[in-house]
Ligand binder design. Sequence first.
Ligand SMILES: [Zn+2]
Length: 291
Amino acid sequence: MRIFDPHVHMTSRTTDDYEAMHAAGVRALVEPAFWLGQPRTNVGSFLDYFDGLIGWERFRAAQFGIAHHCAIALNPKEANDPRCVDVLEHLPRYLVKDGVVAVGEVGYDSMTPEEDDAFARQLELAVVHDLPVLVHTPHRDKLAGTLRTLDVVRESGIPPHRVLVDHLNETTVRAVADSGCWMGFSIYPDTKMDEARMVALLAEHGAERVLVNSAADWGRSDPLKTRSTGLAMLEAGFDESAVDTVLWRNPVEFYGQSGRLLLDPAADGTTAAAGPVDAATGNSVLRGERP
Ligand SMILES: [Zn+2]
């Protein structure tokens, strides 16, 4: 089973996790920028973190045979803190870097006017930089938050196929499916989506535009939830190709729109399996491949 975890916060995880993920089949991942639990008090704190995502963490993952990519943004929660908002001025210079494959995670936490503003500005940055966007949906008031998210995406003019709306569940999947955006599901140990619910949802909605992630971070979470979902799919009668679509081909296709994915051909199976994914520019997902 080859696995691309499209949303996992490795900065919060140990080398044991990297080893276990590699043993489980994880060969690539995307680490979105988010909050650290402890509030940041100034813009410099973000810049050091972003530098860590594009530099140190990428190097660390490579030691364990995992291709690390990241998404850069001001997260929804800290968009409410006036000490943090000026980081938006610094995002453009990060969005041109190798290894940055999306703007994210953006979206709503408490649906405040400040969050509205940061969300809209960052969707605009994604359009300007021709990057896909990873959108977080709030854990409270999820349906209202998701519907409002889809309205803002529509108004921004960004094509829906360049948007991944994450942390979905049974109540929000239909609206996102109808919008044309990609659908992300975070599988957690205790709460929210689990493997059984995910498999039931795949049986009902199919695998098209569906991504599964661990969203593992500094809280109670499990970076092997991608694999356990793949195993649950096989047990439920899905074939290996369906598992590969959800756990590898879909994330490769979505983030491949950046033209910046660096995938090890050995992990990828064949070049053809991933295929050229950006029809507009002819970029291959293997562009920039290490020698
Ligand atoms: Zn996250």
